[in-house]
Write a protein that binds this ligand. Structure first.
Ligand code: ABF
Length: 259
């Protein structure tokens, strides 16, 4: 492994262990577990606490990969549909592809976003474990392949046309490897579109806001609001406005404290 790759892995691991140490209160019962390569270390850190600590905890995955991680670590598994009514997860740990200065996220680079948003919004506290590479002033600066958008396959072409009208530059249906395998299919049986936009403004009332699809850059919330109204879009990889949010970056801890 190159020294760069080693640095990245050690940052992910440090961020994950720090996040678990600071934010997994041992009295917690319901815990959301996101997807991706960083979350592997989150589950490792939780399992390392031992059965005495984790015995009463129930873990809710955001897809097939995180379900496998929970099972392999011998932690108690439940689906989000089994979370009792009027109950919230105590905490959710998840990764991200990019994080801006206001702690808005792009997610879905690893093909998981829809169940991740369901689990994240069910949690009282959302802890994003994102190593130093993922922090940027504006979404779309570090993560250049575009905003991941989960779509109904039947509607994919129509959605591509709508995205171009909103200013996306060459949005594409994500293809599997090898390409002849066809489109990537999500855990929900949907396809993904990657839609590159100009880097997103932080605030809803920024001067450059592109509210009507004409010129300028979108704000994070402006674009998210427009995208979710397009028929055929199931969910987008823009995550914003979470309460109790903190980013652990693997270089000494939190970017922003939880309010
Ligand atoms: C999933 O994995 C996605 O939402 C996000 O895109 C990605 C982060 O993965 P990694 O930790 O591998 O960078 O959570």
């Amino acid at each position: 492994m190159s020294s760069q790759a080693e640095l990245i892995e050690s940052s992910k691991k440090a961020a994950a262990y720090q996040a678990v140490k600071e934010h997994l209160d041992h009295s917690y019962r319901h815990i959301g577990i996101g997807s991706g390569s960083t979350v592997v270390y989150v589950v490792e850190a939780i399992a390392a606490l031992g059965a005495d600590v984790t015995r009463e905890m129930i873990f809710y995955p955001t897809g097939d990969q995180s379900r496998g991680l929970i099972e392999d670590a011998n932690l108690r598994l439940a689906t989000i549909s089994q979370l009792p009514l009027n109950t919230r997860l105590d905490v959710c740990f998840d990764g991200a592809d990019e994080v801006d200065e206001n702690l808005n996220l792009i997610k879905g680079g690893g093909a998981c976003l829809f169940q991740e948003k369901i689990v994240a919004t069910a949690a009282k506290k959302f802890i994003c474990v994102a190593d130093y590479r993922k922090l940027s002033p504006r979404l779309g600066t570090a993560w250049k392949t575009g905003i991941p958008i989960e779509v109904l396959p039947l509607a994919a072409k129509r959605v591509l046309s709508e995205l171009v009208l909103l200013g996306a530059q060459k949005p594409l249906v994500r293809q599997g490897v090898p390409k002849k395998a066809g489109p990537v299919v999500t855990d929900n049986g949907m396809w993904l579109i990657d839609a590159p936009f100009q880097p997103l403004q932080l605030s809803r009332d920024a001067n450059e806001t592109r509210a009507d699809g004409e010129g300028g850059a979108w704000t994070v919330d402006g674009l998210a609001d427009h995208l979710i109204k397009i028929p055929g879009i199931v969910e987008t990889g823009i995550f914003s406005g979470f309460n109790g949010f903190e980013v652990q970056d693997g270089r000494g801890g939190a970017q922003k404290p939880i309010a």
